[in-house]
Design a protein around this ligand. Structure first.
Ligand code: NAI
Length: 404
């Protein structure tokens, strides 16, 4: 059945149809692996009472081959219609007219919050002494900032016009040989991102939200993001949230969620030095791009980290890594990231029991040191297995997890 939407929230039946895009490159290896693990977890958690009806939709190379387009209209229609979807990585062919297929999908579907939970799983090799201190959820605004694609090349007609315009209208002198790009941040987009982060924190029992910005330098974009963030917190969640300043004055938080802010450069440092003091982070696009990868590095790298693209009543989940073409079809790739993306999807469907089984099954498999080559080469005494073997082991391990 179709997933519905009520008051901007998804309403999930017991047999939802979920479209999936297999993805390019290693998509052929990891996406079927993910589906196998999800089906096993759902079956064990609900004993046949719940079941996912998978619907394959095409994009990327498979889209071109089967439907004649790398992003067929019917794929977009299905993603819109069925509300929740999951995708493998997509390569953007050079000269396709798309800056990136992934960015195009997020823009077309208005999936404005890119979320990345970053946590360590026991046994995963990490460069940190205490990787277990990391448990953050990063909310990155995904439609604005310097990613709007409004930029002009040095010496172009447009950049010369801009140089002239700024001189004539505002008396601003720019070097004639400047490339020019626009940084845009609206109150609307900033507020809806922070609102989503706060709603997530409340729903998931998180204790703290940090707005990450560079407002000391970019006052009317990043600085405004900070102001708008506090405004949403105060005006819409005033009874559930307390600011760091209020906490200092009052001395106690009354069980409310704490909201504060940090400059992005300081945040990058504190992520390393005071890792466990941070929880949910909300930030503009570029900061999110940098911070999410830096945080992922602390817990073992991009290869195992999932992400979700959230809109209002619409979501698309994916791994953070790309299509790794050199391993495509070789039964070598690691399916953990896309499977944890499916776990995140199940949590957003409030199928928490199945989500937990997936997590426990993967953790058990890593702890027992049966892993794909990318992890095996960083671990001592581990056994290297292929994608399908790894998948079978995770499924067997899920069987061992207790469901109480
Ligand atoms: P990549 O993530 O595909 O590969 C980077 C490195 O990580 C490679 O050494 C690769 O072998 C390894 N790797 C990645 N995922 C792995 C897995 N599951 N198991 C084992 N090893 C893995 O990044 P790259 O090479 O920069 O991009 C390749 C293509 O993917 C490009 O066309 C890029 O545009 C696209 N891409 C798509 C994304 C998406 O669909 N969201 C995200 C990032 C890149």
């Amino acid at each position: 059945m179709r997933i519905g939407v009520k008051d901007g929230e998804v309403v999930v039946p017991d047999d939802p149809t979920i479209p999936f895009i297999e993805g390019d490159g290693i998509g052929v290896d990891i996406t079927p692996a993910m589906r196998g693990i999800v089906d096993a977890a759902v079956e064990k958690a609900y004993n046949g009472r719940r079941r996912i009806e998978w619907l394959e939709v095409y994009a990327g190379e498979k889209g071109k081959k089967i439907k004649g387009k790398i992003l067929p209209d019917e794929t977009i229609d299905a993603l819109r219609e069925y509300k929740i979807s999951i995708k493998g990585p997509l390569t953007t062919p050079i000269g396709s007219g798309f800056r990136s297929l992934n960015v195009a999908l997020r823009q077309i579907l208005d999936l404005y919050a890119c979320i990345r939970p970053v946590y360590w799983m026991e046994g995963v090799p990490s460069p940190m002494k205490h990787p277990e201190k990391m448990d953050m959820v990063i909310f990155r605004e995904a439609t604005e900032d310097v990613y709007s694609g409004i930029e002009w090349k040095k010496g172009s007609k447009e950049s010369k016009k801009m140089v002239y315009f700024l001189r004539r209208e505002f008396g601003i002198e720019l070097r004639e040989d400047s490339g020019i790009g626009l940084k845009l941040m609206s109150e609307f987009a900033s507020k809806r991102l922070v609102r989503k982060a706060i709603q997530y924190a409340l729903r998931n029992g998180r204790r703290k939200i940090t707005l990450v910005h560079k407002g000391n330098i970019m006052k009317f974009t990043e600085g405004a993001f900070r102001e708008w963030g506090y405004e949403v917190a105060r005006e819409e969640f005033g009874d559930k949230i307390i600011t760091e300043d209020e906490l200092k004055r009052n001395g106690f938080s009354e069980g409310k969620i704490l909201i504060g802010d940090r400059l992005a450069d300081n945040m990058l440092q504190q992520m390393l030095t005071r890792t466990d003091e941070y929880d949910v982070l909300a930030m503009p696009n570029l900061n999110g791009d940098y911070l999410a990868d830096a945080a992922s590095g602390q817990v073992g790298g991009l290869g195992i980290v999932p992400s979700g693209n959230l809109g209002d009543g619409m979501m698309m989940f994916e791994a953070t890594h790309g299509s790794a073409p050199k391993y495509a079809g070789l039964d070598m790739a690691n399916p953990i990231a896309i499977t944890l993306a499916a776990r995140l999807m199940l949590e957003h469907m409030e199928w928490d029991e199945a989500a937990r089984l997936i997590y426990e099954g993967i953790v058990m498999t890593i702890k027992r040191k049966t892993v794909t080559h990318d992890l095996e080469r960083q671990m001592t005494g581990a056994e290297k297995v292929g994608t399908s073997e790894f998948t079978n082991i995770v499924i067997r391990n899920i069987e061992e997890v207790s469901i109480d």
